[in-house]
Design a protein around this ligand. Structure first.
Ligand SMILES: [Zn+2]
Length: 63
């Protein structure tokens, strides 16, 4: 008995991974949500990346 749950909506996924084309997500919707989170993380990191080294300290203290 596996007790895998979708990391996004926490829905139980009683079947085997092959039954879920979007594994480890229960559905395409959840996969898209995860992708969205990923991308927003990415943007956050990118915006924190200073184009010049000297501005990095200032950006970090602002946060
Ligand atoms: Zn889900």
């Amino acid at each position: 008995m596996n007790r895998v749950r979708c990391p996004i909506c926490d829905d139980p996924m009683p079947g085997s991974p092959v039954e879920y084309p979007d594994f480890p997500f229960c559905s395409k919707r959840c996969r898209v949500i995860d992708l969205g989170r990923w991308l927003s993380e990415d943007y956050k990191v990118a915006s924190h990346e200073p184009s010049e080294d000297r501005s990095s300290a200032a950006l970090e203290t602002e946060e």
